[in-house]
Design a protein around this ligand. Structure first.
Ligand SMILES: Cc1ncc(COP(=O)(O)O)c(C=O)c1O
Length: 403
């Protein structure tokens, strides 16, 4: 460890995501690993950003965010979920990433425990640790059999046991990356009950709320007794296919919003002004159009295509209820770890995927699976399909035939 490196960052190496991306580039692999679209975002949203720049919305925005965007967020959540928030309860952040980090720093004291469902999105634990908190993990287990409503589940007793006097917060990501799980009403009700019982803050990461193929999205903040203890986090990058703009937000009642803004004002202060104006236009236009329905159709088509491709190769898949990721089962494929499989896939087959063990505190305990992203053009998925055919020869059942 270099002498100039602070202790709080000692535990954080370069993530497997960076390694896989570099490998994909080196081998010109078709990249189904990272979770971002390989197609253009909507033209009218890009035009709105250009217009905002030309209209000279180019100085610092108000620290909490451009009022028109905060109001558009309020109108969006009211229209979609009946959530009655005000613009004073919305804070615009540098993507959901800053929203998560600012929220954690704003509410977690040193020694506090924060419950995470594992597999956990990779920024959660580092945020908790940098705040001096302690992550407590509750496992999500993959379904035993493949079926369209097969869901990852958690043991309610394990969740109950994770709550205790030191619990300060729980992070709930629904729809869930990487599993594609959409938490059910009953599961969310249990989480809410435990939060109320133990006076715990809920951090609801809902960045994939518009990508739900089975079931429905239920914001945790709308459950009884939850509004006052919930920070809802979302990102326009996912919804409008422009992850590089990094326009995210929090919705939270005044005491929590006040705490979040205290971090936000000294970390980023304010977010790029013209992109905030453009996202206000995007959200407002979507309110009065079929944008979200079309987005869902668009992703459903790609989901179904990728599921067909992966099944055709011989993988057992867990059809995702939400998000733009699919997990496949690697047991019996002859790879010791998911990292070994993903390296092979990238270097020998020419397709990149993510090893989900990166989402586990103890990677060796992860189920043997791989995550593919379908936020890609049909042509990209078809090109990947062609390459993946080379894998079919290794398929467990067919491998026997060739032996
Ligand atoms: C579950 C989850 N939360 C947060 C983020 C980060 O979002 P943003 O790009 O807006 O910072 C991602 C991005 O992949 C994600 O999958």
């Amino acid at each position: 460890m270099h002498q100039y490196m602070a202790q709080r960052v000692h535990g954080f190496g370069t993530s497997i995501f960076s390694e896989m991306s570099a490998l994909a580039l080196e081998h010109q692999a078709i990249n189904l690993s990272q979770g971002f679209p390989d197609f253009a975002g909507p033209a009218h949203v890009k035009q709105a950003a250009i217009d905002a720049i030309l209209a000279d919305h180019n100085q610092y925005a108000p620290s909490p965010g451009v009022p028109a965007l905060r109001q558009a967020v309020v109108d969006t959540y009211r229209s979609a979920y009946g959530l009655a928030a005000s613009a004073n309860e919305v804070t615009i952040t540098c993507g959901a990433t800053e929203a998560l980090f600012a929220t954690i720093l704003a509410v977690v004291n040193p020694g506090d425990e924060v419950i995470l469902f594992e597999p956990a999105y990779d920024s959660y634990a580092p945020g908790v640790i940098m705040a001096g908190g302690v992550p407590r993990y509750v496992r999500l287990d993959p379904p035993q059999a493949e079926s369209d409503d097969a869901a990852w589940t958690f043991d309610p007793e394990a969740l109950r046991a994770a709550f205790g006097p030191k619990t300060r917060a729980i992070i709930v990501n629904t729809p869930h990356n990487p599993t594609g799980k959409v938490f059910s009403r009953a599961e969310l009700a249990l989480i809410a009950e435990l939060c109320r019982e133990h006076d715990v803050i809920a951090i609801a990461d809902e960045v994939y709320d518009r990508m739900i193929y089975v079931g429905e999205h239920l914001p945790l903040a709308t459950l009884p007794g939850m509004w006052e203890r919930t920070v809802t986090i979302n990102s326009t990058g996912k919804t409008f296919s422009m992850t590089g703009w990094k326009i995210g937000y929090t919705i939270a009642p005044p005491p929590l919003t006040d705490a979040i803004r205290r971090v936000h004002q000294f970390s980023t202060f304010a977010i790029a002004t013209p992109f905030q104006h453009a996202m206000a236009a995007a959200l407002n236009a979507a309110l009065h159009s079929s944008y979200y329905a079309e987005l869902l159709d668009f992703y459903r088509q790609r989901r179904d295509l990728l599921l067909d491709v992966l099944r055709d190769v011989g993988f057992a898949v867990v059809p995702p209820a939400g998000t733009y990721f699919v997990m496949v089962d690697l047991r019996d494929w002859g790879f010791a770890t998911d990292v070994e499989f993903c390296r092979h896939l990238t270097t020998e087959i020419g397709v990149a995927a993510i090893p989900p063990s990166a989402f586990y505190v103890e990677p060796t305990t992860a189920p043997l699976m791989a995550r593919f992203c379908f936020a890609k053009q049909i042509a990209t998925l078809q090109a990947a399909a062609e390459r993946l055919q080379k894998l079919a020869a290794r398929q467990p059942s067919r491998a026997g035939e060739h032996a």
